[in-house]
Design a protein around this ligand. Sequence first.
Ligand SMILES: Nc1ncnc2c1ncn2[C@@H]1O[C@H](COP(=O)(O)OP(=O)(O)OP(=O)(O)O)[C@@H](O)[C@H]1O
Length: 225
Amino acid sequence: MAAAIIETSGLTRSYGDICALKPLDLSVPEGEWLTVMGHSGSGKSTLLNLLGGLDRPSGGSIRVRGTDLATLTEDGLARFRRDSVGIIFQQHHLIPYLTAVENVMMSQYFHSVPDEAEARHALERVGLGHRLKNRPGELSGGEQQRVCIARAIINSPRLLLGDEPTGNLDHKSTMMVMELLRELRDEERFSIVMVTHNQEVAAWGERTIHMDDGCLVREERTKGC
Ligand SMILES: Nc1ncnc2c1ncn2[C@@H]1O[C@H](COP(=O)(O)OP(=O)(O)OP(=O)(O)O)[C@@H](O)[C@H]1O
């Protein structure tokens, strides 16, 4: 059995008197593709934000590759986000007046040093070698999401988090993005945790957990890709 990349114990998150995440024990083996499903408001984004070090737990522990995120300082958490995770959201959050390659270089700037050749290479890997100089408004929704994937993988993260990354895409673009994620994951062997409402998207993962009212209520093995 592979070592765990994620290990949570009694993990909780409350916002005032709203308990968005109730004590959660979750273990994700290195290399697993895990899907998170559940109704709106069931705590999926709350969990993903905690795993990505974008938010801090109210209680319990959360270890990613052995590091207890609750013990990190703000700087330590920023380093964790920079070095260990890549995150893709439903909204692409690209800078509208920068080209595709400049958008990827902007994220390199926060990681280390912008390197245009490396940014071009990342865009070529996601099939956008011919759209390097286009701005987000000139790209389709699927292409914009591929820029986001290039941006998320530029630093070779061990964990890729997706919060409804295909939520705004039509079926064809969704399948292209999923195929791309599968290829990249086969090459890089990173782990994936992906929130989705789409059963077809969930089938690409190896395990699905179902959330309801802040609790993990059920899990199942899925087909995998
Ligand atoms: N910053 C916040 N402040 C207050 N309440 C919040 C905050 N973030 C989330 N919540 C509440 O926590 C609960 C879980 O929210 P969360 O966003 O995790 O749900 P979700 O399953 O991702 O929903 P959706 O599918 O609609 O995105 C909800 O009741 C939500 O209103």
